[in-house]
Design a protein around this ligand. Structure first.
Ligand code: SF4
Length: 62
């Protein structure tokens, strides 16, 4: 599964981190980092993260 976050849109508030902490983290600089090639088993969690993202910055490309 390929995860893409539009970092021009993301405001790093981290709602996605609560939904899928295996994929999304906030680094020591307060910026979102994420695993672009995530395991298929995490799809439901990433879909939930995409739903809760207030800026709709998360997409799943395959
Ligand atoms: S929920 Fe959306 S805007 Fe917030 S950190 Fe995650 S991707 Fe960025």
């Amino acid at each position: 599964m390929k995860v893409v976050v539009d970092m021009d849109v993301c405001k790093d508030h981290g709602q996605c981190v609560f939904s899928a902490p295996e994929v999304f983290q906030i680094n020591e600089n307060g910026r979102l980092v994420y695993v672009a090639e995530s395991d298929e088993s995490l799809r439901d969690a990433v879909e939930e993260a995409a739903d809760v993202c207030p800026l709709q910055a998360i997409t799943i490309e395959d």
